[in-house]
Design a protein around this ligand. Structure first.
Ligand code: HEM
Length: 263
């Protein structure tokens, strides 16, 4: 009944405004923070291919908890992807509340942003655009990873990127994620005043510099990583080795020693 009254009058029976929008804002910030930090960790893990194939293989097996389960358990990757997927969908649902619902609303917001000529207000448009793009691009990636958890590794990932045509999607997703993630974390810090100190204006100027530096860092790292997967995938395709799984160097040496009956 009280919902009904609030629905019609915009106020509760106690004549108060609902706290739900504030709670939803909080959920949006919390899920955004988790996803932003997750993406930094994710990029560092995925870029392990830049060190070596063996290292990326080791990281993959470590994340499959090979130190507990013999050979690793890909199910853990599916569970992690599902959890991230749920947080991702929740964050998107919260973000949708802020999108203009029709052209008139969009026009009002655009005119307001242009008139104010305020950089941070304009960043909102970047967030809306990249967020919308991620609805589709991020969902495709997460679903594929979630349902193919054992297909991650130096060759399996590279084949997916090159031979299964994921690279065009990753180019767009990478751009969207890196801009959306760093802008989002910057806006969170400003909104909740995390590093305000005595001089919030000076802090904001510093945060802007961090935002720029981190965006460049992760864009360069991301594109170099993508190029590495594309190169390996291309070489596999040329050598007719698509679908083969990577054998770590230590294992190859073990086979060789055993074949030569050294051990
Ligand atoms: C637990 C969840 C996730 C896992 C296990 C995961 C795993 C991976 C793996 C293994 C790759 C290497 C390429 C491949 O194997 O296809 C990759 C690439 C990528 N992922 Fe994820 N991912 C996850 C979540 C996400 C999310 C939420 C996003 C953004 C919405 C994302 C964005 C990307 C991008 C942009 C690339 C290409 C990066 C590059 O090559 O530089 N991932 N991911």
């Amino acid at each position: 009944m009280s919902d009904l009254i609030e629905g019609y009058l915009g106020k509760t029976v106690e004549r108060k405004k609902s706290r739900v929008p504030a709670k939803l804002d909080y959920i949006q910030s919390a899920t955004g923070l988790i996803l932003g930090l997750f993406m930094w960790g994710h990029m560092l893990l995925v870029s392990s291919i830049l060190i070596s194939k063996d290292f990326m293989y080791g990281v993959t097996k470590f994340l499959e908890a090979s130190f507990i389960f013999d050979g690793g358990s890909p199910l853990l990757v599916s569970i992690a992807a599902l959890v991230i997927f749920i947080i991702f969908i929740t964050h998107a649902a919260m973000g949708m509340r802020k999108l203009p619902g029709n052209f008139k609303q969009y026009q009002v917001m655009k005119a307001h942003a242009d008139n104010m000529n305020h950089e941070d207000t304009k960043l909102w448009f970047v967030q809306a655009f990249t967020g919308f793009a991620m609805f589709f691009l991020g969902s495709i990636h997460l679903y594929i990873i979630m349902t193919n958890p054992s297909e991650i590794g130096p060759y399996a990932s590279a084949d997916r990127v090159w031979s299964e045509w994921m690279w065009p999607l990753y180019i767009l997703l990478l751009l969207a994620v890196e801009f959306h993630g760093t802008i989002g974390l910057y806006r969170l810090a400003v909104k909740w005043g995390w590093f305000d100190g005595n001089d919030p204006k000076a802090t904001r100027a510093k945060l802007k510099k961090w935002k720029k530096a981190l965006t460049w860092f992760f864009l360069i790292l991301g594109f170099t990583t993508l190029a590495a997967y594309m190169k390996i995938g291309y070489e596999n395709a040329q050598a007719g080795k698509v679908g083969e799984r990577y054998t770590p160097t230590a294992k190859v040496m073990e086979y060789k020693i055993n074949d030569g009956r050294v051990a």
